[in-house]
Design a protein around this ligand. Structure first.
Ligand code: T1G
Length: 685
């Protein structure tokens, strides 16, 4: 069954893509399209063609699941299809609605005209998969949008609405943008064309004004952190200045090279891993999520206000609650200031700012929260405080309301027992800044109902978070592995490596920031407070002498102008510190340590393999449902380079036996699961 529908309105053939779930341009879809276009061209009753999707989606582009299979290369290829449209002797109008991404947009660029719904989202997101557009996009888009606008769109891969693109000066991408039904608008547009010839073909256009792309190249080189596709894409856009056929040949060669590149494989793994993470045992298509139309947030500190903004941004009313008026006013001011800054930078429309603030209520009384469908507690990380809050909430919240804790370390099973409704209690662990970081760990207490879990997953999708379900243990998935990662770094520090060597090694690997620069950013005093509490609770726990000494000197990081690094004149550049070098030297001398030197590779191995080993333990304990969930946590919440696929995927590309051997060489007994899989030559999932 080929995935297109053919209908006729007057003398217009309307060809609709219908290839669930997202009108991916798999072979069946391409065959159906070519069959129907040929049929329309051969019919004497047909004067023009409208190409459309099925309403929600025009097309998400190439079918990624086809990559690496014979179908991906089978004719008709996408290029063949696009040329068939462009060379058609009858007008072809693309009617763009919903999502028009990647090969879907390239298909639409083969049409002679494009009519779009104002809200349609249009993108060439290939770089997010480590690719470049492979069916003419790098050559056609600059010809209708101009070099710079096309380069921005192709190198960031982000979606723009048709309304925004239609405003670009001199754009020839969209011939008509409507707020009405786009298919009928396109049919009327096609009928109005009559026999207008010659039909406009984008490949006959030239780039009408030269623009300097050097600043964009500099930005990409600085931010890329090793990802190759954006710079390759930029080179191809530069070639759009020249002959079309040269550009498309270069594009084909670049695409073929990148699709076999490990970076694309890692990015495709990450793409599917994020979707797989939403498959949770007990939660099926028949599990009814509860309606969440109003949310309460208890605690208006950094986390509480960040959490609240997620919901305001999604148009969901929020009741923000605090124990004192001063704290509440501070929280509201934080939210207001955050939005005002976004308006000033042109990243938020003023009307959106007003709308969002109008959805925010404040309260000093728990009773005011009773009508909310979900309440998220974001108060001080202390079990006595949680007990007090959840006892109060349990007393006031309406039946069926979901009680969530944002705790990052405390036992959510215990917190659920503070209420008479443990099946309605769940952990929603946001990551700071909560309105920015995409990861949401949904922590699954023993007694939580499948319905509440389904609701948590639905809420995550609505607020644009990447959800991962975690079992209950100290640190859940992310922070538990982070503790191992930090311990591995501190072990290297105590044996002779400097903060700068460790940070630059892992940043070369692709992390945005190494552990010591990150600690200086967030503040070393936070970890110090946790360690001091741990030393009190467990005098035998291993101390972190160097970090403690640094904090005793008041060197908390950027907030104090000095930490692991010096920060001159309040600037954020981390400068290696002679004070820290001296502190390390006296530590080595005091402990009779002959400082060892470490290669960047050995530093990366030590840090990353510590993550993998802890991830294997988390997997065998059932805290994570699958290894790819752990990858999602580390990419979305901890800055692991996405093009390496996440720690568990990366370990498989290196080879689990290599990981095992390296751990043993560092004196670490690897997780039993890791040993077993390495022995059997198997992978995690
Ligand atoms: N191919 C195959 N499956 C896809 C897919 C794709 N392009 N896009 C989504 N899916 C699956 C996804 O795995 C999930 O499956 C289901 O569809 C719903 O997805 C030649 C070479 C379109 C905005 O990168 O951005 O074109 O989990 O949960 O939130 O130059 O999917 O249900 O089994 O994300 O409504 C370029 C990627 C391809 C688009 C919809 N295109 N997709 O979001 O649903 S390369 C992309 C998305 C290319 C050309 C090149 C989003 C979406 P399952 P979902 P959604």
């Amino acid at each position: 069954m080929l995935s297109t529908h053919y209908a006729v309105t007057g003398n217009v053939a309307v060809i609709s893509l219908d290839h669930p779930p997202v009108n991916g341009l798999a072979l069946a879809a391409r065959q159906g399209l070519l069959r129907d276009v040929t049929r329309a061209l051969e019919s004497s009753e047909i004067g023009s063609i409208v190409l459309t999707g099925n309403g929600r989606i025009f097309s998400a582009g190439a079918d990624i699941t086809e990559f690496g299979t014979p179908d991906a290369l089978a004719e008709p290829s996408l290029r063949t299809l696009i040329e068939a449209l462009e060379d058609a002797p009858k007008p072809v109008v693309a009617a763009i609605d919903g999502v028009c991404f990647g090969g879907g947009l390239e298909l639409a660029l083969g049409a002679h005209y494009r009519v779009a719904a104002a809200a349609a989202r249009i993108a060439l997101p290939e770089v997010k998969l480590g690719l470049v557009p492979g069916a003419g996009g790098t050559q056609r888009l600059p010809r209708v949008l101009g070099l710079r606008a096309a380069a921005d769109m192709i190198t960031d891969g982000a979606a723009r609405t048709a309304a925004v693109l239609a405003e670009l000066p001199g754009q020839k991408l969209l011939d008509l943008v409507v707020d009405t039904d786009v298919e009928s608008a396109a049919v009327r547009f096609a009928e109005s064309l009559g026999n207008s010839v010659p039909l406009p073909r984008i490949r006959d256009l030239t780039v009408d004004r030269d623009e300097d792309l050097a600043p964009l190249r500099a930005t990409l080189a600085k931010r890329g952190r090793g990802l190759r596709a954006p710079l390759v894409a930029l080179d191809l856009v530069e070639q759009a200045r020249g002959p079309f056929s040269d550009g498309t040949s270069a594009e084909r060669a670049a695409f073929t090279q990148l699709v076999d590149d490990g970076q694309s494989a890692g990015l495709r793994h990450a793409f599917f891993a994020e979707r797989a993470a939403q498959n949770v045992p007990g939660v099926t298509k028949d599990t009814t999520a509860r309606t969440v139309s109003k949310v309460a947030v208890v605690g208006a500190g950094t986390m509480g206000t960040g959490i609240a903004m997620n919901f305001l941004n999604a148009g969901i009313p929020v009741a923000l609650s605090e124990s004192s008026r001063e704290a509440l006013l501070r929280g509201v001011a934080t939210i207001r200031r955050t939005y005002e800054a976004q308006v000033e930078k042109g990243r938020l429309a003023y009307t959106a700012f007003v709308d969002r603030m109008s959805l925010l209520e404040t309260s000093l009384e728990y009773a005011d929260l009773a009508s909310c469908d979900l309440v998220i507690e974001a108060v001080f990380e202390d079990m006595d405080v949680k007990r007090a809050v959840f006892t109060e909430l349990d007393a006031v919240m309406k039946p069926g309301a979901i009680l969530a804790s944002n705790t990052s370390t405390l036992d959510i099973d215990l917190i659920a027992e503070f209420t008479r409704r443990p099946s309605d209690v769940v952990g929603l662990h946001f990551f700071s800044p909560a309105n920015v970081m995409s990861l949401l760990e949904i922590v699954r207490p023993k007694k939580v109902s499948d319905e509440v879990l389904a609701t948590a997953l639905e809420v995550a999708r609505r607020i644009g978070k990447v959800p991962v379900v975690a079992g209950v243990c100290d640190g859940f998935i992310g922070n538990r592995m982070l503790a191992r990662y930090r311990r591995a770094a501190d072990d290297l520090l105590e044996a002779g490596a400097s903060p700068g060597q460790i940070d630059s090694a892992i940043e070369q690997f692709g992390y945005a920031m190494g552990p010591y620069r990150a600690s200086d950013l967030s503040g070393g005093d936070i970890g110090w407070a946790v360690r001091k509490r741990q030393y009190l609770e467990n005098p035998d726990v291993r101390r972190n002498e160097i970090a403690d000494e640094l904090c005793e000197m008041g060197r908390f990081g950027q907030k104090t102008g000095a930490g692991w690094y010096d920060y001159e004149d309040g600037r954020r550049d981390a400068v290696p510190s002679p004070v820290v070098a001296e502190l390390l030297a006296s530590y080595y001398q005091r402990n009779g340590i002959r400082p060892q030197s470490y290669s960047a590779e050995s530093i990366v191995q030590r840090l990353v393999f510590s993550l993998v080993d802890e991830g294997a333990r988390i997997l065998e304990e059932g805290i994570a449902l699958r290894a790819s969930d752990i990858d999602v946590v580390y990419i979305a919440g901890y800055g692991f380079p996405r093009y390496r696929g996440g720690p568990m995927y990366y370990a498989e590309t290196v080879g689990l036996s290599t990981v095992e051997a390296a751990l043993r060489a560092d004196g670490i007994e690897p997780a039993p699961l890791l040993v077993e899989l390495a022995r059997d030559g198997r992978t995690f999932d």
